[in-house]
Design a binder for this molecule. Sequence first.
Ligand SMILES: [Zn+2]
Length: 606
Amino acid sequence: MDTSYLQSGWSLSDLFPAYDSAEVKDALAEVEQSVTDFETKRLLLTAEITPKTFLDMIFQLEHISHIGNRLSAYGELWFASDTQNQDAQNMVARIDQFIAGIQNRTLFFSLWWKELEDANAERLMASSGDYRYWLEVMRHFKPHTLTEPEEKVINIKNTTGVKAMQTLYDTLTNRYVFKLEVNGEVNELTRGELMVYARQHDPDLRARAYQELYRVYGADSNILGQMYQNLVRDWSNEQVELRHFANPIAVRNLRNDIPDDVINTLLDVSVRNAPLFQRFFHLKARWLGIERLRRYDIYAPVAKSNKTYPFSTAVQMTIDSFQGFEPGLVELVQRVFTTNHLDSQVRKGKDSGAFCASVTPDLPPWVLVNYQGRPDDVATLAHELGHAVHAMLAANHNLFTWHACLPLAETASTFAEMLLIERLLEQESDAAVRRDMLFRQVDASYATIMRQVFFALFERQAHDLVQSGASVEDLAKAYMLNLQTQFGEAVELSDEFRWEWVSIPHIYQVPFYVYAYAFGQLLVLSLYKQYKAEGEVFKPRYLKILSAGGSAAPARILAEAGIDIHSADFWQGGFDVIRHLVEQLEAIPELAMPTHAVAQSSGISG
Ligand SMILES: [Zn+2]
């Protein structure tokens, strides 16, 4: 096998040859014409419509979306690879506007579909094949939908009500300036720039970064807290009172298409596992050479190893880890390389993150990473290629059902990352590299699982408290108790963290969104545990989950693979994997600890 993989940019020629090409013009014209034609079929949408006519309209809608996706992807991928390019910026804006117009003109289809009475909807869904789940999901909200005039009033009042409040929150908090003295000089920073210091070696700087963060948010806590109270009241007034949801979190559960009891179980099992991360924080304190971790030190780095891997080695390790799991997947990974859909270079002006963009089922996804050779970068490469494999395995579905829904979206990526890390840990004799990989895993699990679970628990409690007339101060007290439950004796909390909740945009913008992170991550860890226990028999079940894409409800896709997400044991399995990682870290002898870590303890007492 040729192992000489070179770092390079990607080619977008599978989408379009160039932004000013005849092909782009033709695509825009074709969408325009197809939409105009689709609009003439509006009168066909009656209760008596035949399944054939109905399906033909869906095909046409899919065709429009197919071209629309290619156009959007071209602009967005081009922009990601060259964010300073004016032409790319213009194309993104131009296509966005074009697509928004198209969506408005085709909206009548989904509106009609949602209003159709059950018997006829069932008749049409019965013969809609792979489109069925997409059609079903649109109708989930029918029992919670009000009359048209009522919906209109809510929409109109929302623009100056809840949406205006959310915009104000953003406007207010985005202009905050944070001051931090670094090397004798006072810097004025954005929040993003400030929080870089929470992940640095200097313990004093870490503390001052957090103190400054909550000094600024705390100064506005009265206003930000009132905004939150109003958003919570609005949520309850509309969703519980008017739309008759059983409780505030049930709205989000229906949007994720996950049964309420599953989320309750997930949250309960997570709380029972809080001591596991507390154990990890004790360990981390030891590695940092301090007696007890402060909240400021949660993301403190343990000394990093300097080990780097050439890009070609990283690709080969990734391919080998797929090969070791299921040789059939290697061809899919290689397709990303042979089609030149990977941008792995580090370049000025390029998006500094990592992502996988699946555009249409008939094209291998595009993957962007900034490969710099660290063990982290190898894991990221495996993660994003895992996303690509997921999309290609589900490519037999239609455009509307091939994307895995939010709770399943990280399944293949995180699993691929786990496989890579396992392989690396097996082969790596350098203790420092092994330690880095393990810390990376547990740090990430903390941030995506435990932290998010406790946010969701706070939201649930805050929605109740606000309904019973709690003040902003009451909410801050409840938040501190929430943190104390999460950290126990393992982490020292300082008082300014009482204002952390007013600094979390998610709880203002998308109530109860946060638990989806925990769901996705725990699901994968639990699947991984099953794989370790069952070996070969696990593989077809796992591949079936991936191949299902977004063609059925998450609970059903998983049930068909023999997984019961209603069961507490299943979720516990995810925490068992984390416990195993923590045990491996605990087993690394103290002698292996970097000497300078101990020196860091100077200046910290308690
Ligand atoms: Zn991902």
